[in-house]
Design a protein around this ligand. Sequence first.
Ligand code: NA7
Length: 286
Amino acid sequence: MKIAYLGLGIMGSGMVGNLLQAGHSVTVWNRTPDRCTPWVEKGATQANTPAQAVANAEIVMYCLSNEEAIADTVFGEDGILSGVHQGQIAIDMSTVHPNTSRREAVAYAEKGIEFIDAPVFGSKNESAAGGLWIVVGGKKEVFEKVKPILEPLSETIHYMGETGMGATMKLVGNAVVISQIEALGEAMILAKKAGLNPQDVLDVLHVTDFKSPIFDGMGSTLVKRDFSTSFALKWLLKDANLIAQLAQDNNSPIPAIALARETVKAAVNHGWSEENASAAIKALEL
Ligand code: NA7
């Protein structure tokens, strides 16, 4: 299929690699144009603007950082909406508030374009390996049409309901992630202060009935003191803020997540925003 892919950050790059591998004809666009070069060398075509990227595509996909990036790339000058035409399908894979997905769906519908929100769980390695866990909102029949395109990118794909429900599921999932990072951090610091060896602690956690890939992955970065980025701390704070907003919208209590958000915020304020999300734990060590 002819696919336009916009946003070649950590997540988008992995997905473009797998779309090319699957044999699709891919046109790429990224705000910082140089990030397209490795994919052009692998067969992608580079566009100069979002509007140009989507002009001849059947499917428009993007994974952008946040609401501001969506405002610029989808709704902005020379943005996606100024280049699309009837019959295309747009897929937003970014983590944004569900109301943003709903606004996108309305704007696309006015142009005769179908839309699904399809954010992803997993980070750098899962994206590169086609092992993401995708959660989808939108019309079921539109989801069924694009499912074969999402399959090479993912280990699982779950349909969650109408537009915005993929984005909602993503925030609910990241609410668990944020709580796990806080719990792991507090427990690991306690363990160390009480005289346990941190790697021994992780080894035990790994065999328990409360083991978690988050504990394995984030715990290991903590033990090795390697905070190179798979999922940036700044995006964890962005997600914590979106979760707080969703909780406010629904009058739902989030005392533990609100507390964990303060830890993440402190780490960002300390200057670790470009490091891996596990760097949040460093704020508990101060
Ligand atoms: P990255 O690696 O920080 O990539 C973010 C991408 O978003 C990257 O392509 C950026 O372009 C792009 N971006 C950021 N701001 C803008 C604006 N204003 N306009 C256009 N493009 C923009 O993040 P990840 O790939 O880890 O994460 C992407 C999403 O998935 C995010 O929602 C996560 O929470 C989950 P750049 O290269 O900086 O020019």
